[in-house]
Design a protein around this ligand. Sequence first.
Ligand code: 4AD
Ligand code: MG
Length: 433
Amino acid sequence: MNKSTTRIADLKHHVGATVTVRAWVTHLRSKGKLGFAVMRDGTGIMQAVVVKAEVSEAAWESFTQLTQEASVALVGEVRADARAPGGFEMGVKELTLIGASPLDYPIQPKEHGIDFLLDNRTFWLRSQRQGAIMRVRHELEQAVHDFFYSRDFIRCDTPILTAAIGERAGLFSTEYFEEGPAYLAQTGQLYGEALAASLGRIYTFGPTFRAEKSKTRRHLTEFWMIEPEMAWYDQDDNMDLQEDFVRYLVERVLERRQEELKVLERDTSKLDCVSQPFMRLDYGDAVKLAQSKGSDITWGDDLGAPDEALIVDEYQRPVFVVNYPKEAKAFYMKENPADPRTVRCADLLAPEGRGEIIGGSQREDDYDKILARLTHEGLPVEAYGWYLDLRKYGTFTHSGFGLGLERTIAWICGIEHIRECIPFPRLMGRIAP
Ligand code: 4AD
Ligand code: MG
C-alpha cells in the first residue's frame, strides 16, 4: 500500500491532521456549492465534505463528475463528527479521480432479486452487509485456529483429490491419469484419523465438496469444514470439546464483532443461550418429541430439517441428538455397546431453526466390525486398505467431528441463506462468478 494512504479505520488517530485517503464513492449528495460523498475503503466509511470555495477549480470539477463506485484520492483535514456516517468527516482540500465508474454500475440503491445479486457477486461483496459477513467469517476462522492452538492440537492439511469416499452425499469425480476416478474430498476425516494415530490431537480446516442435488438454504456444493480428530477421546469427551468450541466461537464474535453484528441487525440476545450447558437428547427421545409435535418421522430415519427445528424449539439452546440408528449414519461410526442398533454419534443442532452445524462420532475401532460395515454399504473395500489398517496396527479409541463453517456463520449472524456466508458460493445451478 502507498505509505501515505490513511485507512478510514485509522482516522480516529488523525483528528485535526491532514491526511490522504484512497477510497470508493458509495453515496453522493450536493447542495449548491457544498458537496458530500460517503467514501468506503474496506476498513470503514467516512463522509467527505467538499466546499467549492475551498478547493481548486479542478478538484470541484472532479467532484461534480463523481459517480457511485468511482475510486478517488482525497486529501483533507479529519474531523470527528458523531452525525457523519462512520463518525468522521474529511474537510477536502484536494480530490483526484483515480478510476471512473460509468453510470450503469449494476448495483443501485434499490431492491434487487437474489439471482441478479448472485450474478453480480463481485460487486455485491462491496456492500456494507456483505462486508460485515466476511469480517465475521474471518474472525471465526482466526478463532478456530486460536482455539485449537491453545489446546495443543496440530493443524494438518488433507488431500482434496482422493480415492476413498467418506460420506454418503454425492460425489464430484474426475479421471486421474491411469489410476481411474478421483473424487473431490467430501471430508478430511479418514486422513485425520491416520494423523491422530501419529500426532494425537489434530484438526483439518479446508474446503469440502458434495454433489448434493439439494436446493436448500443450508446446502452448498463447496463448503469449508473444521474437522478435529482426537486419540483416546470417547464420544462424551468429543461432545465436551464441541461444546467448549462452539461456545468459544460465539463468544469471540460477540466480543470482537459487535459493529458487524449491528450492521447485520442481529438480535444478539438470541446467542446468550450458549452460556448454558447444551442439551443432550437421545435419538429415540428426539423422534418421540418430533412426533408429538406433528412430524411423521419414524425410528430409523435421519432427522429432516423440519424435525430438527421442532426439537431445538423445545429447548431454545444448542441440542446434541445422540446415538442415531446405524443405518442412518456413515460406516465409520462406532457401534453403541449399550444398543447395537445404534452408533455412538451426535449431531449438534443450532437454535433458531438452523439445524445441524456439527456431525461427529466415536470411530469404530474394531477391524471386523468396520470391514462388515464397509461391505454392507457396498463401498469398494480395496480403496480403504490403509484406513482399515489403522484398526490392524495399534487400534485406538478415537473420536472427532466436523463443523460446517458457513452454517455456523449463518446462525451467528442470523443470515437466512448460507449463500451469503462464503465469498463466491457454489450452489446447484451456479458456478460463476
Ligand atoms: O455431518 P457431516 O456430513 O460429517 C462429516 O463430514 C464428518 N466426516 C465429520 C467428522 O466427523 N469429521 O458434515 C459435517 C458438517 C455438517 O454438520 C454441516 O455443518 C456441514 O458439515 N455440511 C455442509 N455445509 C454446507 N453445505 C453442505 N452441503 C454441507 N454438508 C455438510
Ligand atoms: Mg451430518
